[in-house]
Design a binder for this molecule. Structure first.
Ligand SMILES: O=C(O)C(=O)C[C@]1(C(=O)O)C=C[C@@H](O)C=C1
Length: 363
């Protein structure tokens, strides 16, 4: 065997020296964040410490500057945690999410706010809204649409009665696994628990591999995982967080029918977020029930060349207008082009509510 040109010992000494630098620099960065917090507290009474637009800019810059060998997403995740710790030093952030523990929504909350945020599970989407409205937590995280199954109506409906604004979005690739406990008789699985959305996302796989199994819908994937702990003939369809939380093994991995299966979550809060450079805006629009109403609504988007990313129709709950439209588009309400378009839409619509302009998801 030939001797390596640099010895293991020498490389470890270099790593130690680099770690000293990293440690010093992270501490300096944290001290800077503390100074930022002091300025916010002094100049902005009731100061808002969490700044989604700035965080998005920091992460985008890191991804742009990165030249490897770590890939850009990995690098951004590291910086995500550094910022999360810096923000916690300024003011610990409390986040309510659609629980229970172990759901994909908890995973989304972690991905967006990092490990230093305090996250609290809620039993239902409207409870997440209520907790933020009551000021018991600073932000909320709720699912809004899935690439396979479409929109989550509960979330859209909650926005109709709420004054909360959207402060951010996070997109999560959703991987489902068939999970069993150590006591499960793997050859005798006769019942599968999961959330109805997850059953829908894995339908073909279950039909092919467990056509005879009883499919029992439950309120969340995490609840499915919890039930499996005590039943020797049952399995659950859930994700990594639930598997880890309940110590379950994967009988089959990534069983979702579509490999690009992903869910989009929204961050809800009480603040208007400034321009980050790559933003989205969400609206609810009520139109008068007359011929050509939808065309009238869409025309200004087309003329101002605004890129609509989603259009959903929901029955109005007020009874005054028959339908309302939920619209997402690229751009920020403070950009002149977007502001001009919004003014025109307001003239044509019976009612327009801007739910928020916020940074497009980075990670
Ligand atoms: O720039 C700020 O306003 C900060 O508070 C600093 C910082 C960061 O660590 O970079 C921390 C929290 C904010 O959400 C945004 C950025």
């Amino acid at each position: 065997m030939t001797e390596p040109s640099v010895s293991l010992e020498a490389l470890r000494q270099r790593i130690d020296a680099l770690d000293n630098d990293i440690l010093r620099l992270i501490s300096e960065r944290a001290a800077c964040a503390q100074e930022v917090a002091a300025i916010k507290a002094e100049h902005e009474p009731g100061g808002v410490f969490y700044r989604p637009e700035r965080e998005a800019q920091v992460l985008r810059r890191v991804m742009e500057l990165n030249h490897g060998p770590l890939d850009s997403e990995e690098m951004a995740r590291l910086f995500r945690e550094i910022m999360s710790a810096c923000l916690a030093l300024e003011q610990p952030v409390k986040v309510a999410y659609l629980g229970p523990e172990g759901t994909f929504t908890q995973q989304a909350a972690l991905k967006h706010f990092g490990e230093s945020a305090i996250s609290l599970p809620m039993a239902a989407i409207d409870e997440v809204f209520r907790e933020v409205e009551a000021g018991a937590v600073n932000y909320g995280v709720v699912p809004v649409e899935n690439s396979t199954e479409g929109v989550i109506n509960h979330t859209l409906d909650s926005f109709m009665d709420s004054s909360l604004r959207i402060c951010g979005e996070v997109v999560l690739r959703i991987h489902h696994h068939l999970l069993v406990s150590e006591t499960t008789r793997r050859d005798k699985v006769s019942r599968i628990y999961s959330h109805p959305q997850s059953f829908a996302q894995c339908r073909k796989w279950i039909d092919a591999h467990f056509p005879q199994a009883e499919r029992v819908p439950v309120s969340s994937n995490a609840e499915a995982a919890r039930l499996v702990k005590t039943e020797w003939h049952s399995a659950a369809i859930a994700g990594d967080m639930a598997a880890k939380l309940y110590g379950l093994a994967r009988l089959a991995e990534k069983i979702e029918d579509r490999p690009d299966n992903s869910t989009r979550f929204l961050i809800i809060g009480n603040q208007d977020v400034p321009v980050s450079g790559e933003d989205k805006t969400s609206l609810v629009v009520a139109m008068r029930n007359q011929p050509g109403a939808l065309h009238d609504l869409l025309e200004p988007f087309h003329r101002h060349q605004i890129d609509m990313t989603r259009l959903e129709t929901r029955p109005s709950r007020s009874g005054v207008w028959n339908y309302v439209f939920f619209i997402d588009f690229k751009g920020h309400r403070d950009e002149p082009r977007v502001a001009a378009m919004l003014e025109e839409v307001k003239l044509r619509a019976a009612d327009v509510k801007v739910l928020g302009s916020y940074p497009a998801g980075v990670l």
